[in-house]
Write a protein that binds this ligand. Structure first.
Ligand SMILES: Cc1cc2nc3c(=O)[nH]c(=O)nc-3n(C[C@H](O)[C@H](O)[C@H](O)COP(=O)(O)OP(=O)(O)OC[C@H]3O[C@@H](n4cnc5c(N)ncnc54)[C@H](O)[C@@H]3O)c2cc1C
Length: 407
């Protein structure tokens, strides 16, 4: 023992507590230097520009349009997609970036997921060369924002076989009729990808409605959501909307082609859910180090440590799962069932984790200013969108039993 350790001054110094760190297994070390620099840039942006203001926007049900110029400068538009002005990079980098964004705000990650994953992804995966060249560059620069209209008021989980929105070919155009519900970014975006059933062959096809002024196309914002309040969701009505054949996704000829997009976005939601859990865990851990009860930080109590350790276990398990998911994806081996399992597992563990975070904050856990409440409610939406927990498990169930439980 040193003399310094025995001196009264040293004895009085409280040991600094470790800063909250949700990367317990050093997952970020798997990134190369270039990728890590991008993720750090995103983290700095989220912490310095988004974190201080996002709760206000969330409470007010508003999208932070004033942040869009800084988002454009991040250079992440079209991550994981190559050519056509997209940022490129690995699918792992895309995942880490979305996780990082969700760690501060799941709504902002969802905005990215809808614009880049669902809207740009539909064009990237199902569009012709000409269509990709026409739309993706401006979308990658965030000059044109996209949405993806699949879900309908009466058809959610059953979208694969039951879409009621119709497309009828008349000469060189298509006439769309129907309604779409829950469509993220729809109230204010530019490019709307609409999925409809072709009356001629009963197959689902994708159509690009280029702008809001298209006759017969109208959007109403969905009010009074209690989760992902920053994301603006719309209810779209299509009344005899004419779309040229040139705007029909040339590689989207059945729901199988829609599902190729959904595989990518479920991959992404697993990362976002993990980020959401990380944000909630870090908020709860910090709170537990600062909040005193019975004259001690609540983090010193065994039962609170139990909650924190279980939260970290959920997060670490999800991180390892999604990192392997990224490897499978990069090798071209990611199946629908792989992505479904990751989405189901990560969102379920996220839901459990954010509830424990809320619990650690006691009464303050239901006040938006303390962050945990925002993660707590946002997790509910991640759990249900892009195909619910049950639907993901049915996809996995079909793959492992060889028997379809879909009716
Ligand atoms: C915040 C948010 C954003 C969204 N963004 C978009 C978007 O941008 N674009 C878009 O197209 N859609 C979007 N959605 C819609 C989303 O994908 C659907 O909500 C989801 O697919 C579930 O559909 P539903 O809400 O109609 O629920 P339903 O399909 O009515 O399901 C209700 C319940 O029944 C269960 N269920 C249904 N069928 C079965 C079955 N066969 N076996 C067992 N259980 C079953 C479900 O799991 C669920 O628990 C969004 C939703 C939310 C909440």
């Amino acid at each position: 023992m040193t003399t310094a350790a025995l001196s009264p001054a040293a004895a009085k110094q409280p040991k600094p507590l470790p800063a909250p760190n949700s990367d317990f297994y050093d997952l970020y070390e798997t990134l190369n230097a270039e990728e890590l620099a991008i993720v750090k840039r995103v983290r700095a942006f989220m912490e310095s520009q988004v974190a201080p203001v996002i709760t206000k926007y969330w409470v007010e049900d508003a999208f932070p349009f004033d942040l869009l110029p800084s988002i454009k400068e991040l250079g992440i538009g079209g991550l994981g997609m190559h050519g056509y002005g997209c940022a490129g990079g690995s699918v792992a980098l895309l995942g880490f970036t979305l996780m990082e964004i969700a760690r501060i705000d799941p709504s902002m990650a969802t905005f990215m997921g809808v614009h880049m994953g669902l809207a740009m992804g539909s064009i990237y995966i199902d569009g012709s060369e000409e269509q990709k060249g026409k739309w993706l560059p401006a979308m990658a620069r965030f000059e044109k924002i996209g949405c993806f209209g699949l879900t309908e008021p009466l058809v959610g989980s059953g979208a694969s076989g039951g879409l009621t929105t119709t497309a009828k070919r008349t000469g060189d155009a298509w006439i769309l009729n129907g309604e779409k519900r829950w469509i993220g970014n729809a109230p204010w975006c530019d490019v709307s990808v609409i999925w409809a059933r072709d009356l001629a062959d009963n197959q689902v096809k994708g159509f690009i409605v280029e702008n809001k002024t298209t006759p017969g196309f109208s959007v109403e914002k969905i009010q009074n959501k209690v989760a992902l309040k920053v994301v603006q969701n719309g209810h779209i009505t299509l009344k005899d909307v004419a779309v040229p054949e040139a705007n029909r996704l040339q590689g989207g000829n059945s729901f199988r082609d829609t599902a190729r997009v959904l595989k990518m976005t479920r991959y992404a939601v697993a990362w976002m859910a993990t980020g959401c859990a990380m944000g909630a865990y870090e908020a709860a851990l910090k709170y537990s180090q600062e909040r005193l009860q019975f004259g001690k930080p609540i983090g010193s109590f065994q039962l609170v440590q139990d909650l924190l350790a279980k939260m970290l276990g959920n997060i670490t398990a999800s991180q390892c799962l999604i990192a392997r998911q990224a490897q499978l994806h990069a090798e071209g081996k990611l199946t629908d069932a792989h992505a479904a399992l990751a989405k189901a597992f990560a969102t379920a563990k996220c839901r459990e984790t954010v509830a424990w975070a809320r619990e650690v904050l006691g009464g303050n856990g239901i006040v938006a200013d303390y962050k945990a409440a925002r993660f707590f409610t946002d997790a509910e939406a991640l759990y249900s969108y892009e195909g619910t927990f049950q639907i993901q498990n049915l996809i996995v169930g079909k793959a492992i039993t060889g028997l379809s439980a879909f009716v």
